[in-house]
Design a protein around this ligand. Structure first.
Ligand code: FE
Length: 277
C-alpha cells in the first residue's frame, strides 16, 4: 500500500508544492493540522489509515505522500512505550542479580526478549536510524556495574559485520526486518570453519551466543533494499569488551566496538507517563 502511495507521490511530484503539513493522532484517527485544510480530510483519512495498516510506527514521519496539488506529512504523536524496555531491563537485572547460571539465564532472557520485540512501539527513532556507511550499534541501556548492556543494531540495506566473537553471553532478537547469521568454529589446525548452514532470523525470532554454546559468527541484513533492526543484550558492557574479529586471510585481530551514540534514551521519566493498564 505504501509503495502504491509512493508511486502516486512520484506521479504528482511535479505538482508537489507548499501544500499543507498534516499531523495526526492514531488513536481516534482524527487529524489536526498546522494549516487547517478541513476540505482535505476526506482525502487524507484513507491515506493515514492505509499507512497505519501498512505498519507505520510511532513518531515516524513518513515520506510526504502526494495528493493532487497538496502534500501530506504523517506524524504519529502516540507516546512511546518506554515501559516495555524498562520492564526488560528489570527482568535481565533480576536474572543477573540472582546469579542465574548461563543456560537458565539465556532461556529466561530469551522469553523476556521475545516479549520485548513482540511490540514495535518503544524504540525511539534516534536509535533506529541506519547509516549509509556501516551498521549502527546504539546503546539503549548499560547496567550500573557493567554486568549487562542492551543495544539496538541497525542494519542498512545489505550491511554486514565481519566475522567476530563476543566473549560474553548474548541474546539477539529481531525487531524489524530479518538478518542472517553464519556461525563458525575453530578447527583443530586453528582456522575457522563454517558451523552449519546460515541461520535466518525473521522479525520476532531470538538467538543466543556465548563462548559455551558458540561465539563466533558473521551477521548480515537479510535485505538488500531495506533496514533491519535487532535488539541485543549481552553479559557485559559490550561496546567496551575486548574481543576479536577474524579476517578472511586467517588469524584474528583485537577490537573494541564502542557505540554509535553519545546519549541514551530516557526511559525513566515515569512521572510524565500516563498510567498504563
Ligand atoms: Fe555478534
Amino acid at each position: 500500500m505504501i509503495a502504491a502511495l509512493l508511486r502516486r507521490r512520484r506521479d504528482v511530484a511535479d505538482k508537489w508544492h507548499k501544500g499543507g503539513l498534516w499531523y495526526a493522532t492514531p488513536g481516534d484517527g482524527r487529524a489536526t493540522t498546522v494549516e487547517q485544510r478541513a476540505e482535505l480530510a476526506p482525502l487524507w483519512t484513507p491515506i493515514f489509515n492505509a499507512a497505519l495498516a501498512a505498519g507505520a510506527r510511532n513518531d515516524q514521519c513518513l515520506p510526504r505522500v502526494g495528493l493532487p496539488h497538496y502534500s501530506v506529512k504523517l506524524f504519529m504523536t502516540q507516546t512511546l512505550r518506554h515501559d516495555r524496555l524498562r520492564a526488560f531491563v528489570g527482568r535481565i537485572a533480576s536474572l543477573v542479580d540472582d546469579e542465574t547460571p548461563e543456560a537458565a539465564l539465556l532461556e529466561a532472557g530469551a522469553v523476556a526478549l521475545r516479549e520485548l520485540i513482540a511490540h514495535d512501539d518503544w524504540l525511539p527513532d534516534a536509535f533506529a536510524r541506519p547509516d549509509p556507511e556501516r551498521y549502527q550499534q546504539f546503546l539503549l541501556h548499560a547496567d550500573s556495574r557493567q554486568r549487562f548492556s542492551i543495544v539496538s543494531f541497525v542494519w542498512g540495506p545489505g550491511q554486514s559485520t565481519p566475522v567476530h566473537d563476543h566473549t560474553v553471553w548474548g541474546l539477539i532478537g529481531v525487531l524489524r526486518g530479518a538478518e542472517i547469521a553464519q556461525h563458525y568454529r575453530a578447527a583443530p589446525h586453528g582456522d575457522l570453519v563454517e558451523e552449519g548452514a546460515p541461520q535466518r532470523l525473521d522479525t520476532g525470532a531470538v538467538a543466543a551466543v556465548s563462548p559455551r554454546i558458540g561465539d563466533i559468527h558473521r551477521v548480515r541484513n537479510a535485505f538488500g533494499d531495506r533496514t533491519s533492526i535487532s535488539i541485543h543484550v549481552y553479559g557485559g558492557n559490550i561496546g567496551a569488551v575486548s574481543r576479536s574479529v577474524y579476517p578472511c586471510g586467517g588469524g584474528r585481530k583485537n577490537f573494541v566496538s564502542g557505540y554509535s551514540n553519545d546519549v541514551l534514551p530516557n526511559i525513566w521519566n515515569v512521572s510524565k507517563e500516563s498510567p498504563i493498564s
